[in-house]
Design a protein around this ligand. Structure first.
Ligand code: NI
Length: 137
């Protein structure tokens, strides 16, 4: 399979690289960073490719962001108001002086839910985010 491999260059902060190495060691993954990154990418993408885009799903979008960042909170609210048919409910937790955690309950077609998640988690300033969804039926 070596002929299928494409070499890329990835820049990341030292502390993130340290965390990747520690994560790989804990999970018993190969000390080879390329293999560790491939495993993580596969794990992240597996949920993206399965499922019918028209299937009815429900789940949650959880994200952490800095509410001091100009326009960020407003943009996240606007996106949710544009998806009234998908957003069911929301919980907001003030984590510390600057950071907020939000968990949004969602329901709709897989395509709608993924579209909302991609829009929210793609907003600059959202530090962490994850969509978890299951079949509604
Ligand atoms: Ni807050």
């Amino acid at each position: 399979m070596a002929s299928d491999l494409v070499r890329i260059s990835v820049a990341m902060p030292c502390d993130l690289l340290d965390r990747l190495d520690a994560f790989s060691a804990r999970r018993g993954l190969s000390p080879n960073r390329s293999e560790a990154i491939r495993d993580l990418v596969r794990e992240r993408l597996v949920g993206e490719v399965v499922g019918d885009p028209d299937a009815e799903v429900m789940g949650s979008i959880t994200m952490v962001y800095d509410h001091h960042r100009a326009g960020l909170t407003q943009r996240l609210d606007e996106i949710q108001h544009e998806h009234l048919d998908v957003v069911v409910s929301k919980m907001h937790v003030h984590l510390d002086h600057g950071l907020c955690l939000e968990t949004i309950a969602v329901r709709g077609s897989s395509a709608q839910v993924h579209d909302l998640s991609d829009q929210l988690l793609g907003v600059k300033g959202v530090r962490h985010g994850k969509l978890v969804c299951v079949a509604a039926h």
